[in-house]
Write a protein that binds this ligand. Sequence first.
Ligand SMILES: O=C(O)CCC(=O)C(=O)O
Length: 258
Amino acid sequence: MRASLIQIAVSDGESVAARRARVADVVREQSGSDLVVLPELWTVGAFAYEQFETEAEPLDGPTYEAMSKAASDAGVWLHAGSVVERAGDGSLYNTALVLSPAGELAATYRKIHRFGFDQGEAVLMSAGESLTTVALPEQVLGIATCYDLRFPELFRGLVDAGATTMVVAAGWPARRRAHWTLLNRARAVEDQSYVLACGLAGTHAGVEQAGHSLVVDPWGEVLAEAGTGEDVITVELDPAKVAETREQFPALKDRRLH
Ligand SMILES: O=C(O)CCC(=O)C(=O)O
């Protein structure tokens, strides 16, 4: 099972339409993979708050259209990162889209933990309320977005829902890069799951992004890690390794507080 993470550099100078077309081409180049993952809000930029209103789109909007075509052209499962979703009642959500190799919308996930305390996303977006898992042929994806990474109970909920591979799409700032790496490894170890963590690169809206997307195995080993610029990392996952790890070191069975 081959997975590719596309770490996208977002700059203020590139239009959303140009970036969408460029990223669609990079997705098409990953036709040898089974699963491709993109970062959080790579269209508009995770910190480009002033553009959230103008770039908001419905679930079947331009990003879905471009990514649906790219997924079916490449014949891959595509976690297309997240978009600023405009819901039917006009409210905004930070919503991740997962597309099947036929280009169909297989799942959506509205980010539950909004970042910014009393500013930015935390006031501009509404909060999602439900967990999302996606059953692929050999594994179950558990979906999380950026700041969710700081809330281990969300990941435990995904484990309880059957997840074996956590996918974290992010736009994580460079100044907290140490937390990014540490928390992704912690989630892999404590949930005995693969973690595919795909972030943004570059600087937009004055916020330098951490890059360093990574893939962690269920024992906590980092299998691949990107640098700070735009990058693609590709790894072979062994879905059987999750069950093996959970059997050989059955800590999840010792949970008391749930
Ligand atoms: O928790 C953090 O340090 C970063 C979170 C974040 O940037 C986000 O959720 O957009």
